[in-house]
Ligand binder design. Structure first.
Ligand code: SAH
Length: 207
């Protein structure tokens, strides 16, 4: 089933072989609720609780391709959710720092990622709008929730030469690929439309 998913992504235009191999090796069904397990290798998003979703594999692959991950890259992810995207980044050799604002999702992803022993993934229960200033700068930043604007803190925490991939917009989001050219200058490429759950403010410790 994983092979079929890889073929589907290839047909939809994903061409990075190292990325396709990682998707082909990562068991997505571990990251889903039992109820959705049998559909884990469909190119579809699914609910993961607390009104959140695991992104569609095509979206994960698209965002990851734009990041052009190199081994040892220091990568910040905002929106841990199920942990699938973080796991994929780690499989590509990145050093991953991932932030989630919902305690229940944070606890669950942290436990699963440590059980899978992928290494090099650190989970934080924080408001991702603020990034992780104590670990900046990051070579790459990926935001997996729809932002109304690009958070200033994330722009500041991007290394010079670094790339941020972030969906921006209120109801439908346009994917932005932002490259930091110098201390002051950023190049902003506006790409395809997607639909993400919203990037919210503050923490949710309600469970
Ligand atoms: N990358 C995830 C998909 C995430 S869905 C995966 O692979 O499964 C988006 C996630 O962003 C949700 O879990 C949501 O709770 C989280 N989120 C929304 N606003 C946030 C914020 N300000 N800081 C951190 N996480 C946030």
């Amino acid at each position: 089933m994983r092979k079929q998913l890889v073929e589907e992504l290839r047909r939809k235009g994903i061409s990075d072989e190292r990325l396709l191999a990682a998707i082909g090796a990562l068991p997505r069904h571990f990251f889903l609720d039992k109820a959705f397990e049998e559909w884990a290798y469909k190119d579809k998003p699914f609910p993961i609780g607390n009104e959140q979703t695991i992104s569609q594999p095509y979206t994960v692959a698209y965002q990851t391709s734009l990041l052009n991950i190199k081994k040892r890259d220091k990568v910040l992810e905002v929106g841990t959710g199920s942990g699938y995207q973080a796991a994929l980044l780690a499989m590509l050799g990145a050093r991953v720092y991932t932030i989630e604002r919902q305690e229940m999702l944070y606890e669950r992803a942290k436990a699963l990622l440590s059980k899978l022993r992928l290494g090099n993934i650190r989970c934080y229960l924080r408001d991702g709008n603020k990034g992780l200033p104590e670990f900046a700068p990051f070579d790459k930043i990926i935001v997996t929730a729809g932002a109304e604007d690009v958070p200033q803190a994330l722009l500041e925490q991007l290394a010079i030469g670094g790339i941020m991939v972030i969906p921006v917009g209120e109801f439908v989001q346009k994917m932005h690929r932002i490259t930091r050219i110098s201390e002051e200058e950023y190049d902003d490429q506006v790409l395809a439309n997607f639909r993400f759950v919203p990037l919210l403010k503050g923490l949710n410790k309600m469970g």
